[in-house]
Design a protein around this ligand. Structure first.
Ligand code: PAF
Length: 282
């Protein structure tokens, strides 16, 4: 596996791939890699000849008081995992390289970014889209793979790819879970065992929603009631939102249909967790 920090090195590697007719797959990450990220690498590998992974903790997408400084960072471990999984090029830019003195341009998302995560994390998605747009311009992937777990993120990235005409295919890979159902997340390292036990309420509530839908429930209020009933059994979990929404605009639906998303966010102590399911997809 090659590793580059400088934009110029990345560009010349990319030029060479193009000259040699290779398709490039891209997995953007903030590091603290887990099996969820590595499953994205597998998918990118299936769809391309060379896989680029970026590791960059993007300051622009963290608000004041969020966990930018304490976000888990371990490049040695990430490097070993990425290499072992078959990443061809690890791109590890510095903050100064991506946001040099004077950089002042942002990708501003539409109103879909104001809901749910965006309502709680002002400016978060502008930060995400700005870095993703820059990374797309630098890596110039044929295929980019994102995880379903951050479903609002991937919805907004898809919108940006369409709206700004990025010439790439966006692929969404399913959420990877621990055997007990907890969605893998870099932030799970913040959970002590009692908090982790409470965090399981999210996947349990989603499973109940899936079951209710499979049993014929199409009323969003009734579905929300089922979810709240499960969450009540996990008193350490403080829900931020229960969103039963359409996959395009992420607006609350009047009736639940196959493809409707159920997205949850909750806090356990100081840790904020999100999870979701696409109804009828299993
Ligand atoms: O999902 C993430 O890890 C980040 O939001 C991303 C896409 C790498 C942008 O910083």
């Amino acid at each position: 596996m090659a590793e580059v920090e400088a934009i110029g090195q990345l560009r010349s590697w990319r030029r060479q791939q193009r000259e040699e007719g290779r398709r490039v797959g891209f997995v953007p990450t903030m590091g603290a890699l887990h099996e969820g990220h590595l499953a994205l690498v597998d998918r990118a590998r299936d769809l391309s000849d060379r896989v680029v992974m970026s590791v960059f903790v993007n300051p622009l997408q963290f608000g004041p008081g969020e966990d930018f400084t304490r976000y888990p960072r371990n490049l040695d471990r990430d490097r070993a995992l990425a290499e072992d999984r078959g990443v061809d090029l690890l791109f590890v830019p510095t903050v100064e390289a991506l946001y040099p003195e004077g950089a002042d341009t942002r990708v501003v998302p539409g109103t879909t970014a104001d809901r749910w995560e965006g309502a709680v994390r002002a400016g978060h998605f502008a930060g995400v889209l700005t870095v993703v747009a820059k990374l797309f311009n630098l890596v110039q992937p044929d295929v980019a793979v994102f995880g379903q777990k951050d479903i609002q993120q991937v919805t907004l990235v898809r919108r940006m790819v369409d709206d700004l005409d990025f010439p790439l295919r966006l692929v969404v890979a399913p959420t990877v879970r621990d055997p007990d159902g907890l969605a893998l997340s870099s932030r799970n390292v913040y959970l002590d065992p009692p908090s982790r036990a409470q965090a399981l309420g999210l996947s349990r509530a989603l499973a109940a929603a899936e079951q209710a839908f499979a049993d014929g429930e199409t009323n969003p209020a009734a579905l929300e009631g089922r979810i709240r009933a499960i969450l009540a059994g996990f008193p350490g979990l403080k829900p931020d939102y229960i969103a039963i929404i359409d996959p395009e605009r992420l607006e609350a639906v009047a009736a639940v249909v196959p493809g409707t998303i159920v997205a949850l966010a909750a806090r356990v102590g100081a840790t904020r967790l999100i999870d979701n399911t696409i109804l009828g997809a299993h």
